[in-house]
Design a protein around this ligand. Structure first.
Ligand SMILES: [Zn+2]
Length: 263
C-alpha cells in the first residue's frame, strides 16, 4: 500500500506570519514543525499497514522538510519537477491514498492571515465561480489518477471547506485565524491527532474519488494589472478586466498547463 503525502507550511500548528514561512528567525522552527507533522502522518500510515510512503515537499522552494526527521520507510521529493502537478507531483505513480498536511485556506479568504492560492501576487482564484483553494486544485489532480484523498490537516478554514465538499475526508484543524493572528493547538497535540487520524483513515478505507467537472471556467485576479496583461498572452486566455484573466477548458490537464505558467 503506497501513501502519497503532499505537505505545505501555512497550515502547520503555530504559524501565522509570512516571514515564518520562508526566511525569518522563526522559519527554521516552522520547517521542523512541518517535518514533524509529516512524520506523524507517516507513522500513522505505517501503523495502518502502509508499505511505501512518498512525501512531496510542496512549499515555496519545496526544500523545507528535514529528511532525517522522517521515518526511514518514507522517501522525500524536494524541489519542483516542472511536470504540471506542482504539490502533487508523484501522485501519478501508482498511489493508493493521498494525505495532505499543513494545508490552508484559499486566497481571498480571511480564515488565516496566510490564506492564499498558489502565489501571493494572486488576489483571487476561482474555478466555476467558487474560490479555488490549493486543496480543491490538488484533489482534482488526485481524481485525475483515480486516487482518493483520505486525510487533511491545516487551518480551520480549509478544514471547513473539506467538510462541506468532501465530508468523507478525515480532517484535523491545527489553527484558527483571526485577522492578522492565529490560535493553535500545542504541537504535541497536532502530532497525536495527525498520527491517529491518518491511521484511522487508512484503516477505514471507505473513500471515493470525486468526479471531475466536465468544464473548468478559471478566473485569476492578480494584485497588479501588469501580471494579468502578461497572463492573457497564454494561448486561449483572455483579460476580462484590468486585473483578471479567464481561461476555459474541458480538460483538467489543460488547466494545469495554464496554472503552471501563470499561477
Ligand atoms: Zn506554502
Amino acid at each position: 500500500m503506497k501513501i502519497f503525502i503532499s505537505a505545505d507550511i501555512e497550515g502547520v500548528a503555530g504559524i501565522g506570519q509570512w516571514n515564518e514561512t520562508e526566511s525569518g528567525p522563526w522559519y527554521d522552527y516552522f520547517s521542523k514543525e512541518m517535518s514533524r507533522e509529516v512524520a506523524a502522518a507517516c507513522e500513522g500510515a505505517l501503523v495502518a499497514g502502509a508499505t511505501e510512503i512518498y512525501v512531496k515537499d510542496g512549499h515555496h522552494t519545496a526544500c523545507n522538510i528535514y529528511p532525517d526527521m522522517l521515518p526511514k520507510e518514507a522517501v522525500l521529493n524536494r524541489g519542483w519537477s516542472g511536470d504540471g502537478y506542482g504539490m502533487m507531483s508523484g501522485v501519478q505513480d501508482d498511489v493508493d491514498f493521498v494525505v495532505m498536511i499543513g494545508y490552508h485556506a484559499a486566497s481571498y479568504s480571511d480564515a488565516n492571515p496566510l490564506s492564499h492560492t498558489s502565489e501571493n501576487y494572486i488576489r483571487k482564484f476561482a474555478i466555476n465561480g467558487q474560490l479555488a483553494s490549493e486543496f480543491m486544485i490538488n484533489r482534482y489532480i488526485a481524481a485525475l489518477h483515480q486516487v482518493p484523498v483520505i486525510f487533511l490537516s491545516g487551518d480551520q478554514g480549509i478544514v471547513d471547506e473539506v467538510r462541506t465538499t468532501d465530508p468523507g475526508i478525515s480532517t484535523f484543524a491545527t489553527l484558527q485565524g483571526r485577522g492578522g493572528s492565529t490560535t493553535s493547538v500545542h504541537p504535541e497535540v497536532a502530532y497525536e491527532k495527525i498520527k491517529e487520524g491518518v491511521r484511522q483513515a487508512v484503516t477505514l478505507n471507505k473513500y471515493y474519488v470525486p468526479e471531475l467537472p466536465e468544464y473548468f471556467d478559471v478566473k485569476i485576479t492578480y494584485q497588479e494589472q501588469n501580471r494579468a496583461r502578461k497572463a492573457a498572452l497564454f494561448p486561449g486566455a483572455k483579460r476580462i478586466d484590468p486585473y483578471t484573466v479567464q481561461f476555459e477548458t474541458d480538460e483538467y490537464f489543460e488547466f494545469l498547463r495554464f496554472y503552471t505558467f501563470v499561477g
